[in-house]
Design a protein around this ligand. Structure first.
Ligand code: F6R
Length: 242
């Protein structure tokens, strides 16, 4: 695991975009794992800017969302499929059909989860997985207590995560209680995991992820077992590290 402490979002976004750019140079048909939330937004801005400047071509890229809410109607502005379309896909030349997500409105949720795992496998696997970090140490929506070997499945959000995400909805009551998320075992199979976290509110989770034991109480700590994980953080997020 490499830990890189940078001054702020601009430098973090630039380094993450460098990793994507190097990957696409080597493998134009690469598979990207796409996180939502606030943390990756500067990275999507930087990728869109580099695409605009002709530095990045996403025409052969496939993207797999990390997670999705259960129960939002298709096209709901806060469904992660829509968020990724707005924040990333519509701003670059990735074909819309190349962007995949777990189907949170499927009548048979376990079958939808299995189908998603199959789709990731059939694509050849995720080359570069972008990740944010929950204040409770979650990655994807693998909340504390998640099996370190878990695969894509339905999970219940804890109240803290619902409160953290209420800013994207009109009110807390509108935040769904359930999500589909890639499992920790799924995330571990990505070839390169790039986690970004900024701000003092992430400091404890960053400490547990990097310096704590590998334990389900901090799901992100499973990245200590990842063969190639890059943790990009700012000074505030690094403030609880020894
Ligand atoms: C989003 C996701 C979550 C977020 C995490 C941090 O797809 O999987 O794990 O990355 O909740 O969210 P932000 O970046 O908004 O603090």
């Amino acid at each position: 695991m490499e830990v890189v402490i940078l001054p702020g979002n601009r430098q973090i976004a630039s380094l993450a975009a460098d990793a994507v750019q190097a990957l696409l140079r080597r493998k134009p048909e690469a598979v990207l794992g796409l996180a939502t939330g606030s943390s990756p937004l500067p990275i999507y801005d930087e990728l869109a800017a580099r695409h605009e400047r002709g530095l990045l071509d996403f025409s052969r890229v496939h993207g797999f969302l990390l997670d999705e809410y259960v129960g939002l109607e298709p096209g709901h502005p806060e469904s992660y499929r829509e968020v990724i379309r707005r924040d990333f896909a519509d701003r670059v030349n990735i074909p819309p059909d190349n962007v995949h997500g777990p189907d949170g409105s499927a009548p048979d949720i376990p079958a939808a989860c299995r189908a998603y795992e199959d789709a990731i496998r059939e694509s050849g696997g995720v080359d570069l997985q972008l990740l944010g970090l929950g204040t409770d140490g979650h990655i994807g929506f693998n909340e504390p207590g998640s099996s370190l070997a878990s695969r894509t499945r339905i999970k219940t959000l804890i109240e803290q995560t619902r409160r953290d995400n209420a800013r994207f909805f009109g009110s807390l009551t509108e935040v769904p209680h359930h999500v589909l998320t890639q499992g920790l075992g799924t995330i571990l199979e990505s070839r390169h995991a790039v986690l970004v976290a900024t701000g003092a509110q992430k400091a404890q989770a960053v400490h547990d992820l990097i310096e704590g034991p590998v334990a389900a109480v901090c799901p992100a700590s499973v990245l200590q077992l990842h063969p190639h994980a890059s943790i990009l953080i700012d000074e505030a997020a690094a403030s609880s590290l020894k």
